[in-house]
Ligand binder design. Sequence first.
Ligand code: NAI
Length: 208
Amino acid sequence: MKVPRPVIKRMPVYYRCLERLKNEGVKYVSSQKLARRLHLKDSQIRKDLSHFGKFGKRGVGYEVESLLNDITKILGLHKQWKVIVVGAGNIGKAIARFRALEKNNFKVVAVFDTDKRKIGTELLPGLKILDIANLRDFVSRERADLAILAVPASSAQAVANDLQKAGIRGILCFAPVTLSCAIPVEYVDITAFLKTLAYSVLTEKYNM
Ligand code: NAI
C-alpha cells in the first residue's frame, strides 16, 4: 500500500526530533512526549509509524536510537546520496556550500553551468563548476543519484529532460515551474510558502 505523502513529509520531522533527543542523551521517548515536542497528536505519530512496521513498546515508548535507525533506513539515509547542482548562481552556489547536506548523507559531487566565465572556478576545495556539456558523462561515470535544479525557469524543463536522460533518479527544483518528468520531483518555492503564510495570517482567528 502506498504511504500517503503527508506521512512521508512528517518522517524527516520525526528524524530531526529523534536526533536531537539522542544528542540530549534521552534513551526512551513516548509518543505523547514526541507529540508535545512536535505539536502533533500522539495518535498521529503512532498511525504514521504504523505504515512502516511495528515500533515501540506499550508503557515504555520508543527506544530513541533504535527508532532513529529505523527512520534512517526508511528514508534511505543509511547510504550516501550523490547530488549534483545545476545552475551555479545565487541559489546553486549557496546550496553547494551548505554543509548540513553532507552531514545528512547528501554529498554534492559536482556543480554545472553554461556560463564560460564560471566554468572551471572552484566553489569549495575539490568542487569545481563544470561545463553542462559534460553532464551525461559525469552522471554515468560517478553514478550521481539526485539533482538540484537552480537554473532560470526558461531552461528548467530542458535541463530536467537532460538530467533524466543522463540517469538522474530524482530532482529538487528551485525554478518556479512545474516540470513534466518521469522521475520524482520535489519543489522548493519560498514565495509559495510566503503566500500560504500570508493567507494564514489573514484568516487566523485568535482564541485569546
Ligand atoms: P542566477 O541567475 O543567479 O543563477 C542561474 C544560473 O543558472 C546562472 O549561473 C546561469 O548561468 C545558469 N544557467 C542558465 N541556464 C543554464 C543551463 N541550461 N544549464 C546550466 N546552467 C544554466 O539565479 P538564482 O537567483 O540562483 O535562481 C535560480 C533559480 O531559482 C531561478 O529559477 C529562480 O527563479 C529560482 N529561485 C527560487 C527560489 C525558491 O524559493 N525556490 C528563490 C530564489 C530563486
